[in-house]
Write a protein that binds this ligand. Structure first.
Ligand SMILES: Nc1ncnc2c1ncn2[C@@H]1O[C@H](COP(=O)(O)OP(=O)(O)O)[C@@H](O)[C@H]1O
Ligand SMILES: [Mg+2]
Length: 354
């Protein structure tokens, strides 16, 4: 037990893999060699489209299902072996929790508190933490979805866990409910607890997450501090607007100088360009002049969409991502190649068989 509280990561998985067999005998790869690192303290978003393996991963971390292969640790302890020791330090909401409809919120929590040997004082404390004190005496069945979810969170806080795992906690909530949950997660992170929150909607976690793992088809596509992910993308992306007649020539001039170029509508998006001036110089050398040239703020949303646009279950259909066009030109430019080399790897590993 001494080690709990000392490891650098709250959660680590290594080559974690899980396949399901459907009733028809078909094998579904739900988690395909997942290497996940969740640092201690703060809010970590576990972000991926529906069907990308978030719930499956969380269920494995909680010992609810067994992986086919790979390893996991939670709070520095191997899972599932050390589950009995770890479980009291972890609070989780994976499925809709069951509460008694004709008990009040407070009575429901008292039941749970007695079951795990926690005082009534703690019940009042956690009700306060989720701002349910005033409604705590009302029957659970009268609660809004947001209040139900807050009560569920209060229940996970009873044993004062170091690590909280919430699987899509804002599903079905209205904007006010989403904000309440978000504030609560931020508060827990600020207290030094680790909160792992899964979502398929970036906007619901973007403002609250300190760090993020973006997954698609059961593998990690990008991971790190939200600010670093955005900064890394920012410094490397330049958007160039040119007269329509120069677009194709500019495309080839930039490409032959080693830039990674994509046409997007009437502009070119140059990635791998550390310095907008270098892009401008290349164009000037070719006798081409830009209407505008902007180092772009990619934003986490764009990164998320780009990384996951081919990662929806069943293949290549696109989610509402940026529309990518090739530049106009008589001959038509060559294929622009994959701007995301990690994507093809993730896609093929998703189809791998054991
Ligand atoms: N019990 C199950 N039996 C068969 N396939 C499943 C089962 N649970 C999940 N899957 C499949 O595994 C993949 C990952 O699912 P899941 O972990 O629920 O993703 P997410 O939580 O990211 O939406 C999906 O293709 C899903 O259809
Ligand atoms: Mg899920």
């Amino acid at each position: 037990m001494a080690q709990i509280g000392e490891s650098a990561s709250a959660i680590e998985t290594h080559k974690l893999r899980k396949t399901y067999r459907t009733i028809t005998g078909k094998r579904v790869v739900a988690v395909a060699g997942l290497d996940l690192t969740v640092p201690r303290g703060g809010v970590h978003a576990f972000l991926g489209p529906n069907g990308s393996g978030k719930t499956t991963t969380i269920r494995m971390l909680l010992g609810l299902i067994r992986p086919d292969s790979g390893s996991m640790s939670v709070l520095g302890q191997p899972i599932p072996r050390a589950l009995p020791a770890v479980v009291q330090h972890v609070g989780a909401i994976v499925e809709q929790p069951k509460f008694y409809p004709y008990f009040s919120g407070r009575e429901n929590l008292i039941q749970l508190a007695m079951a795990i040997g926690v005082s009534r004082k703690k019940v009042d404390e956690v009700l306060e933490a989720v701002q349910l004190t005033e409604r705590a005496k009302n029957h659970y069945r009268t609660y809004s979805l947001g209040m139900k979810q807050r009560l569920a969170i209060a229940a996970t806080l009873l044993k004062d866990p170091e690590l909280l795992i919430f699987d899509e906690p804002t599903n079905g909530l209205d904007p006010a409910g989403i904000r309440e949950i978000r504030d609560m997660m931020r508060g827990l992170g600020a207290q030094g607890k680790t909160v792992l929150v899964s979502s398929h909607i970036l906007a619901e976690v973007e403002q609250v997450a300190d760090t993020v793992s973006i997954i698609g088809r059961g593998t990690v596509l990008a991971e790190g501090r939200v600010t670093d992910l955005i900064a890394a993308k920012d410094s490397h992306q330049v958007r160039v607007g040119l007269p329509a007649t120069s677009l194709a020539a500019a495309f080839f001039a930039l490409q032959s100088s080693g830039f990674d170029v994509r046409g997007e509508g009437s502009t070119l998006l140059v990635t791998g360009a550390d310095d907008p001036a270098a892009v401008n110089r290349t164009l000037a050398k070719a006798g081409l002049y830009a209407n505008h040239l902007v180092a772009e703020k990619a934003g986490l949303e764009k990164i998320f969409l780009e990384l996951t646009q081919n990662e929806t279950p069943g293949g290549q259909q696109q989610v509402a991502g940026p529309l990518v066009h090739n530049p106009p030109g008589a001959a038509g430019p060559p294929p622009t190649g994959s701007p995301h080399p990690d994507q093809s790897g993730a896609a093929s590993s998703g189809q791998e068989e054991n």
